[in-house]
Design a protein around this ligand. Sequence first.
Ligand SMILES: Cc1cc2nc3c(=O)[nH]c(=O)nc-3n(C[C@H](O)[C@H](O)[C@H](O)COP(=O)(O)O)c2cc1C
Length: 208
Amino acid sequence: MSEQQAETNLEAAMYSSRAMRRLKPTAVPEPMLIKLIDAANQAPSGSNAQLTRWIVVRDPEQKKKLAALNRLHGEPHIAADVARPKTDKLKRLLDAVVWQMEHLHEVPALIVACYDYEVVVDGMDVYRKAGSVWPGVQNLLLMARSLGLGAAPTTLALRDQGMVREALSLPPTFAALCLIPVGFPQGRFGPVTRHPVEDIMRFDRWSD
Ligand SMILES: Cc1cc2nc3c(=O)[nH]c(=O)nc-3n(C[C@H](O)[C@H](O)[C@H](O)COP(=O)(O)O)c2cc1C
């Protein structure tokens, strides 16, 4: 691939990496899953510490445990909005979130991004070094897009670190920061919708 082609592909992926929640149950070939994690592993981390760890959950019983945690924490979080969505756009988003809640255990791979703090952490300390995990998550999402796989970053299932540690046999020094369900998409990729750049940037200092 020429540098020009790589740039075009990367730009196209950035502008069309929507959160794909409705996924087919079809298995994702293992080399593709490894490629996702290898791409994630190329991302930067603070002091180049490289302490992000990845669990690719394919076992049906393990997936059920994560699906149960997602429902446990997710249902109360979205209940009020599901009952009375304020906009059509929010309703569409919530329909997809509910679909994901009901089908999470059928998604072929649930990828969990963890950070190894090397000491036991809890509470807000869990989020202290979270910044070192997210560049890898974004690399993974872009590689998924480039391979034609659907994916979306999620956090609802991970609200109780003790429960996630137990479900995935994580060492006590690990925190799980992002769960990314991955599979072949049921729908089509399309452009993301974001605020126009002129609304969200200023040069030199903030002004209205
Ligand atoms: C930090 C973070 C946490 C998120 N947590 C969840 C989640 O728990 N469940 C979920 O369905 N989506 C979650 N998302 C996905 C966002 O809802 C999604 O990226 C956003 O709505 C934009 O969607 P779009 O790319 O399809 O436009 C999360 C995204 C981020 C960045």
